[in-house]
Design a protein around this ligand. Structure first.
Ligand code: ADP
Ligand code: MG
Length: 696
């Protein structure tokens, strides 16, 4: 058995589990070895109950079960399991939700190591809710550092950990290292084998750190190599330049004047795509970066206008249906004025509707096509395609960009991104693209007044919501993301309970909906659409509200447990309001006493410039968060380059070293065609391939 052996070779992995693993991109033992923990829990720190009361963070307890567990149904689909447990300093309640099967696990007299945070119940009892637990038989040696994995469907945290462990023991002996010993020494990195072993079963956090440095380095190095190779392929192609094209009619058709920054980006496109004389040119490969609300859509539309004016077609791909609709509704009437036809293509359309779009495309009846992944369908043929645009590019893989471009021989490429990333990072992450930066907001843009409050303000907050909704405004309430493990279960429950309380007790007369990440995407879209049509007053959401969604009537953004979000994320969320004429507000709710968390919230309260915020985020938390947005589930499933560990990188120097090393390798051999780079090239090809592409 080796890295290439399929997961079904493992005992206990049948068809069903294999399918669940495949959904997470795990097809082979090698994939499982590279399924890095999401985080680690340090259970080394054992405390007595008496000392742990009031502590902010989770710790371990060695407790004896005092009473047999009792199981009660508190609602349809919800049960609660409870028992008493004690150590020499006190007794507490241990509580699990929706886990009736645990009833037989705990019996009086048994000892367990629990890991969790003590809380106080409504009836003032000290409790441990949904703790992690391991039986602590006499003399048992429990690992101090416990890796926590993302949990695929049909697995539990324990069973996925065991699956990874088994895969590792079988495949590790045959793992080869793409780096030479000399290279490893030069950059002070451990071997691949050692790194994999320590990532999954570390003795202490120092081992984890060292091992992670290696995987993060490797990943970013290959990422940089791949991007560069991809681009040099593209550069080799050419297409006919458009003649110089007058943009004045387009600009005059807009209801406003473009800002200087927008104009600069528009001239970048003209320069990329148009020439005075008839000649062949390299296609435009450009990224348009601008803060939320900086007006990227209309700038992109200028590139579309250039293209359509010259008798060619354009396509725009966005990550969600709601965004596709929004762009369609905004842009179709604009191009209609010039006699150009725009069409929408999204997954939820009926087969007949889709087929009529396919036919219209082939018959040259459609000039501009806007849609989701549905654009990648093999039936979509766009014979005169000369411009492809992808919006919010971090959601799409490099390869998807390529797939869309393949719809024609060669076309210009424009990528839009609303993630204001620091310049140093932009240069490396988007190193394959030319950059147009919109660093100026349209005039008269209102500032979203931002407040930080703790939960004692709840009543006043409700009154504020009431005032704004009475006045016809709409409100977003965002709770932290649901984590996919047992702990997440209770987090989801608390968000559900919160939404229910608002609905039934606080605002029974208002229209409230609840949106969470585990919903099917069409269900999510339906709710978002209802909110944007003002069929809802309040939207409670555990998932980050779709990037780019535009509901101008929304005027209040409340973010619960704000300390749990990254700065850039908070800024993005705040950007969902203040988009219309209503005076808008953002309220960050947090009880955190942590000094750095308070400082971060203060940064958001006082800073409105997305780039300054992004710089502060990079400074405070390292580059991991930026990579995290690239490695989310959707990205991985959509055939992109899967970054598996870079989000754990909190070391800016390490990142810069990896990119510098890649540049050095390429400086010596730009196409990696020399024999000594054979394995590198294979690795790059494998990482960027379509193997994981699950598009339909
Ligand atoms: P984003 O960069 O976040 O994608 P949008 O393109 O959605 O921003 O633009 C946000 C809003 O600003 C839209 O309603 C758009 O019509 C408007 N807008 C864009 N450019 C200007 C401008 N120069 N002056 C005034 N309003 C503008
Ligand atoms: Mg946008």
């Amino acid at each position: 058995m080796d890295e290439k052996t399929p997961v079904t070779a493992l005992k206990g992995v049948g068809e069903k589990r294999a399918a669940a693993l495949a959904k997470s991109g795990l097809l082979t033992l090698g994939d499982l070895c590279a399924f890095y923990p999401r985080s680690y829990e340090n259970r080394q720190n054992v405390m007595s109950l008496a000392r742990a009361v009031g502590l902010e963070n989770a710790v371990s307890f060695i407790l004896t079960v005092g009473t047999a567990p009792t199981l009660a149904r508190i609602r349809k689909n919800m049960s609660i399991l409870k028992f008493r447990a004690f150590d020499e300093t006190g007794t507490i309640d241990v509580v699990f939700f929706n886990a009736p099967f645990l009833k037989t696990v705990f019996a009086p007299g048994m000892q367990f190591r629990f890991y969790g945070k003590l809380t106080i119940s409504k009836t003032k009892r000290v409790q441990l809710v949904s703790p992690k637990f391991e039986e602590y038989a006499d003399g048992a040696i429990l690992p101090d550092i416990v890796p926590i994995y993302r949990v695929p469907d049909g697995f539990s945290q324990k069973s996925i950990a065991l699956t990874v462990k088994t895969a590792l023991s079988l495949a590790l002996p045959s793992v080869t290292d793409p780096f030479s010993e000399e290279f490893l020494k030069r950059y002070g990195l451990p071997s691949k084998k050692e790194a994999l072993r320590k990532i999954h079963a570390p003795k202490d956090m120092e081992e984890v750190e060292k091992a992670l440095r290696r995987t993060v380095f490797e990943e970013l190095y290959f990422f940089a190599l791949g991007l560069s190779l991809f681009r040099s392929n593209e550069r080799a192609m050419t297409l006919d330049a458009f003649p110089a094209t007058d943009l004045a009619p387009f600009l005059q058709a807009l209801p406003f004047t473009l800002t200087n920054a927008q104009m600069r980006a528009v001239s970048d496109f003209s320069r990329d795509m148009c020439r005075e004389r008839n000649e062949r040119i390299a296609p435009m490969t450009r990224i348009l970066v601008g803060d939320v609300g900086s007006g990227k859509t209309v700038v992109a539309a200028a590139a579309v206008y250039l293209t359509l004016k010259n008798g060619r077609q354009a396509a725009m791909m966005v990550p969600t249906e709601i965004l596709a609709r929004q762009h369609y509704e905004e842009l179709a009437p604009l191009f209609e004025k010039f006699g150009f036809k725009t069409a929408l293509l999204i997954g939820s359309m009926t087969k007949r509707q889709k087929e009529s779009v396919y036919r219209a495309l082939e018959a040259n009846d459609i000039d501009f096509l806007i849609g989701t992944h549905a654009l990648l369908n093999e039936n979509v043929r766009i014979p005169r395609l000369s411009l492809t645009i992808t919006d919010e590019q971090h959601r799409f893989g490099v390869m998807q960009r390529a797939a869309l471009k393949q719809k024609s021989e060669t076309s210009h490429l424009l990528v839009m991104s609303a993630t204001p990333i620091p310049r140093t990072l932009a240069l490396t992450m988007y190193g394959d693209l030319d950059l147009s930066l919109i660093d100026e907001m349209p005039p008269n843009r209102q500032r979203v007044d931002t407040f930080t409050v703790d939960t004692t303000y709840r009543e006043r907050l409700y009154a504020f919501i009431r005032r704004l909704t009475d006045d016809g405004g709409q409100v977003y309430i965002v709770c932290p993301c649901i984590e996919e493990d047992e702990e997440g279960e209770s987090e989801l429950l608390s968000a559900v309970a919160y939404a229910k309380e608002l609905e039934e007790q606080v605002f029974p007369d208002l229209r409230i909906a609840f949106l969470h990440g585990k919903m099917k995407s069409d269900e999510r879209e339906k709710i978002m659409r209802a909110f944007s049509c003002h069929e809802l007053d309040i939207l409670v959401s555990t998932t980050v509200i779709e990037v780019g969604v535009n509901v101008p009537n929304a005027c209040l953004m409340i973010i619960e447990n704000a300390e749990r979000f990254g700065l850039s994320q908070l800024h993005q969320l705040r950007g969902r309001v203040g988009r219309g004429s209503r005076k808008s507000y953002c309220v960050l709710v947090s009880d955190t006493q942590g000094e750095s968390a308070r400082a971060r919230l203060e940064t958001i309260r006082t800073t409105y410039d997305g780039y300054k915020i992004a710089e502060a985020d990079l400074e405070q938390r390292g580059p991991g968060d930026f990579f995290a947005s690239m490695s989310d589930g959707e990205f991985r499933q959509s055939g992109g380059f899967a970054l598996k560990s870079a989000h754990l990188c909190n070391d800016r120097t390490l990142m810069e070293n990896a990119f510098a090393a890649a540049r050095e390798t390429l400086a010596a051999d730009r196409t990696l065609s020399s024999p000594e780079h054979k394995t590198l090239l294979e690795e790059v090809k494998c990482l960027f391939d379509f193997r994981r592409d699950t598009l339909s």
